[in-house]
Design a protein around this ligand. Structure first.
Ligand SMILES: [Zn+2]
Length: 289
C-alpha cells in the first residue's frame, strides 16, 4: 500500500507490488520525540512560544502550496494539478478552519519513479508526486466504466490523498491525541472534510473508494501483510463507502452492494460516521479559528 515514500525503509516485500501506491506517511520516531520536547518547552515558556490557550495553536502558521519543476514525463500531471488548484483548495479549507503553530508546506514535485505522496515529519512537508497523479488517472482511464470522467475522479482521489497526508501533518504538528491506527484516523479525516462539502466532496471520496477497490483487485491477497500499518485496500474502500452511506442513510442505497459494503456493516455506518465527526471535532476544537 502506499503513500510511504519518506525516510524510513519500506519492507522489501511490498516494494515490488503493483498496488504499493497507497501507503502513506512515514512514522519517523525521532522527529516525533523532538516535537514533544518542544511542546514541553513551550508549556514552560508560554510567551516565548507565542502563547497558546487551552492547548491550542498560536496560529502564526499557514498551509502553503508550491510546485517544483517537473521532469518531462510529469509535465502533464503538474499542469493537471495546478490547473485544477487541488492543493490550493485544500489549503484554503484548512487555513480557514485552523490555527497552526508553524507552516505546513505542500509541494508538488517529480518524485523518483514508484514513490507516492507522503508527509515528512522532519521537514513538515507533504510531498505530492506528479507521477502518482498520472498513475491514478491511468487506472481510471483503463477501466471502461470510469474512462469518461477519469479526470474528475483523479482530482477526487488527489484531494482525498491530500487530506489524508495533511491529517498526518496535523496530528504531528498539533500533537493530537487519538487512539487506534493513525492510518485509519487519517482516512477518517479525509471523510470528515470531504463529506460535508456536498456533491463534489462526496464524489471525491467515492472516487477514492473506487480507486482503493481497483488497487485491491490488482493485488494478490496472499501479499497482504497483517503487520502493515495501513488497513488492506479493500477495507479502506469499504470504510469510505460506509462513511458516505452513514452520513445520509437511505440517500444512496446503491452504496450497499453486498460486496464492497455489506448490509450488516451498513447498519452501523451512521454511528461510525457520527463517531468520526465527534472525534475530529474534539481533536481540532482547541485549534479552530
Ligand atoms: Zn498515511
Amino acid at each position: 500500500m502506499l503513500h510511504h515514500a519518506g525516510p524510513g525503509p519500506r519492507t522489501p516485500s511490498r516494494a515490488p507490488r503493483a498496488r504499493a501506491p497507497r501507503a502513506r506517511a512515514p512514522r519517523a520516531r525521532a522527529p516525533r520525540a523532538r516535537a514533544l520536547a518542544v511542546a514541553t518547552a513551550c508549556a514552560l515558556l508560554v510567551t516565548a512560544c507565542g502563547g497558546s490557550r487551552a492547548g491550542g495553536s498560536a496560529g502564526g502558521g499557514r498551509l502553503t502550496v508550491s510546485y517544483e519543476a517537473a521532469k518531462a514525463r510529469d509535465v502533464r500531471d503538474r499542469d493537471f494539478l495546478r490547473g485544477r488548484r487541488l492543493a490550493e483548495r485544500v489549503a484554503d479549507d484548512l487555513n480557514r478552519a485552523l490555527r497552526l503553530p508553524r507552516d505546513i508546506a505542500v509541494t508538488g514535485r517529480s518524485c523518483p519513479e514508484g514513490d507516492f505522496p507522503d508527509y515528512d515529519p522532519e521537514t513538515g512537508r507533504v510531498t505530492l508526486c506528479y507521477g502518482y497523479v498520472g498513475e491514478v488517472r491511468s487506472m481510471f482511464q483503463d477501466a471502461e466504466e470510469t474512462r469518461d470522467d477519469a479526470g474528475e475522479r483523479t482530482a477526487g482521489v488527489v484531494t482525498e490523498t491530500l487530506y489524508h497526508e495533511l491529517a498526518h501533518a496535523l496530528i504531528h504538528r498539533l500533537d493530537l491525541r487519538f487512539t487506534g491506527h493513525e492510518e485509519d484516523v487519517a482516512d477518517q479525516f479525509a471523510a470528515y472534510r470531504l463529506i460535508p462539502r456536498g456533491a463534489a466532496g462526496r464524489a471525491a471520496l467515492r472516487a477514492a473508494a473506487d480507486n482503493y477497490a481497483q488497487y485491491a483487485a490488482d493485488s494478490d491477497p496472499s501479499d497482504d501483510d497483517p503487520s502493515d500499518e495501513h488497513a488492506p485496500d479493500a477495507a479502506r474502500s469499504a470504510n469510505y463507502l460506509c462513511y458516505l452511506y452513514g452520513s445520509a442513510p437511505g440517500r444512496d442505497k446503491k452504496l450497499v452492494d453486498g460486496k464492497r459494503l455489506t448490509k450488516d456493516r451498513a447498519e452501523q455506518c451512521e454511528d461510525e460516521y457520527a463517531a468520526l465527526r465527534r472525534g475530529w471535532d474534539a481533536l481540532l476544537a482547541p485549534h479552530a479559528r
